[in-house]
Design a protein around this ligand. Structure first.
Ligand code: NAP
Length: 501
């Protein structure tokens, strides 16, 4: 292999995180970067998730970059292709696409302490390539690696099978017998679409979710032209959406009993969509709303109540060549199996491929105590690694793009500080990271995620919520407003010369 390409910054992933990092680095004059993306275009999850009915459940006025408002959103909650087209347009207009490399996966990244660089091996259409990068900015997302269910016999299924995030559009579902495993955010969007075309649909539910009505509507031509001509009006609407969503945070983080109001809405939604008392009982959760992600849909319950749909709640025991068998012994034949079973969140596979200063992978380090990072972004033992949407940065109540922009600002401030001070490496001290993690754990205790009486993918194998931010988003932003170098070990040459904190 030829010698590594030297770059200042290597960004992994061209989703909303990687794209924001590219744009903001460029604006700050940090122009020597490469964005490596395993898929064929920008957009991340909004490029990959093409299942029928895929839409965002956060209003687009807020689920968009603050620096690239879009006056043309068609609806309050935009569909996937519109969000993807938005990301594509922002990327094109930013003038950074010349530094994006598509269809290229990161195989591994190793910190070279001698060179003070990340050595990153990639695999693309023209083979393997190596980069030597000053910083590694991981924007590969928490919801990018599909989790397939471990069910006996699933490998022997002879029909078509695919994950919601890897939709196979070549399979015509018209008139077929289809099963969907899972009833999460993806399933509740795709099931109502499938119900309209398939012959019969079995929906396998392990745990019901709280689902409240979706306040849908399209923007009128007049509204769009006002947004176009008076950006201040759109900013005001965005601020209103932000404030409305933000006002819900305390119910998640400090006063879970307030979730009774959501449960009332959820029960009404069930009563409106389903007449059969038995089916109503099956879909009614027995835990506090908010413990698992609160979902929004007007179509889910009517779809379950349709004549060609069965909601199966008996646990699946085996999958045969052409059927699903449940614990009650019933065998339901199917042609196509859709698994909408979520993603690897608390044990992200990319962590197995990142090796830090002491020769240990991020997966090994996190295996001992769970995911942890200083301010959700930097990690002791992994100099110059910045993780966007890292541990405890995800949200249940607002737009992840707000968090992404907060983190990107921090990364850019770090890059500027490194250049200004002539630093080759920055690494949060163990003490700083431990104090941050302890505070997160303390704040997590009264939250609905820990007290609500459910099992959720927010929690890791130790029972800790290492996924969500336990507070207001503006507090998160304030924490990351400046690069607090006094919490970092820094190096100005091959040898550690200055230690802070
Ligand atoms: P998910 O919320 O993790 O749901 C997975 C579903 O599969 C759950 O119902 C789960 O049941 C079930 N399941 C998993 N393994 C199973 C097994 N072995 N047997 C039976 N059932 C099994 O995944 P998702 O629906 O893909 O959503 C993931 C996240 O993506 C969401 O929370 C959200 O953050 C994001 N998302 C967002 C949007 C949006 O509109 N913005 C849309 C889709 C997804 P249990 O509940 O019992 O575990």
């Amino acid at each position: 292999m030829s010698s590594p390409q030297q770059v200042d910054h290597l960004v992994v992933g061209a989703g909303f995180a990687g794209l924001a990092a590219a744009i903001k680095l460029d604006e700050a004059g940090e122009r020597d970067f490469v964005v490596v993306e395993k898929d064929s275009d920008v957009g991340g999850t909004w490029h990959v998730n093409t299942y029928p009915g895929a839409e965002c459940d956060v209003p687009s006025q807020l689920y968009s970059y603050s620096f690239a408002l879009n006056p043309d959103w068609s609806k309050v909650y935009s569909p996937q292709e519109e969000i993807w087209a938005y990301a594509r347009r922002v990327a094109e207009e930013s003038g950074t696409l010349d530094r994006f490399v598509f269809d290229t996966a990161v195989r591994d990244a190793r910190w070279d302490d001698e060179a003070q660089r990340w050595i990153v091996r990639t695999q693309g259409p023209s083979g393997e390539k190596e980069y030597a990068a000053r910083t590694l900015i991981a924007g590969s997302g928490g919801l990018s690696e599909p989790r397939l269910p471990e069910i006996e016999g699933i490998e022997g299924f002879r029909g078509e099978i695919f994950h919601s995030a890897r939709w196979n559009h070549d399979v015509d579902l018209t008139g077929k017998r289809v099963a969907v495993i899972g009833t999460g955010a993806s399933a509740i969007q795709l099931v109502p679409e499938l119900q309209q075309v398939v012959g019969h649909l079995d929906v396998y539910q392990r745990t019901p979710n709280w689902i409240i009505p979706r306040n849908e509507r399209s923007f009128t031509g007049l509204e769009k032209s006002v947004f176009q001509r008076v950006p201040g009006a759109q900013r005001a609407l965005r601020a209103l959406v932000y404030a409305t969503l933000e006002s819900r945070a305390p119910a998640f983080t400090r006063f879970p009993q307030l979730m009774r109001a959501v449960e009332l809405q959820g029960r009404k939604n069930i009563a409106k969509g389903i007449k059969d008392p038995e089916l109503r009982a099956k879909v009614t959760p027995d835990y506090r709303a908010g413990c698992k992600r609160i979902l929004i849909s007007n179509k889910w319950y009517p779809a379950l109540a349709a004549d060609n749909v069965d909601l199966v709640t008996d646990p699946i025991t085996t999958i045969t060549g052409d059927a699903i068998v449940t614990a009650d012994g019933v065998e339901r034949p199917i042609d196509v199996l859709v698994v909408a079973t979520g993603f690897y969140v608390t044990e992200p596979p990319i962590a197995q491929h990142i090796t830090g200063r002491e020769g240990r992978t991020l997966a090994d380090v996190w295996d001992v105590g769970g995911m942890a990072a200083y301010k959700g972004t930097t990690i002791h033992g992994f100099p110059n690694l910045f993780q966007i949407v890292g541990p405890n940065t995800a949200l249940g109540h607002s737009s992840m793009i707000f968090i992404i922009e907060s983190q990107v600002r921090y990364v850019v401030e770090a890059a500027k500080a490194m250049r200004r001070e002539g630093l080759t490496a920055v690494e949060p001290t163990q003490a700083a990271q431990d104090a941050w993690t302890a505070e997160i754990r303390r704040r997590m205790r009264p939250t609905v995620w820990q007290t609500g009486g459910c099992a959720s993918w927010y929690l890791d194998k130790f029972g800790n919520n290492t996924t969500l931010w336990p507070g207001q988003t503006f507090t998160f932003r304030k924490h990351l407003a400046a690069f607090d170098i006094d919490r970092y070990d820094v190096r100005v040459s091959h040898h550690r010369e200055a230690v802070h904190a």
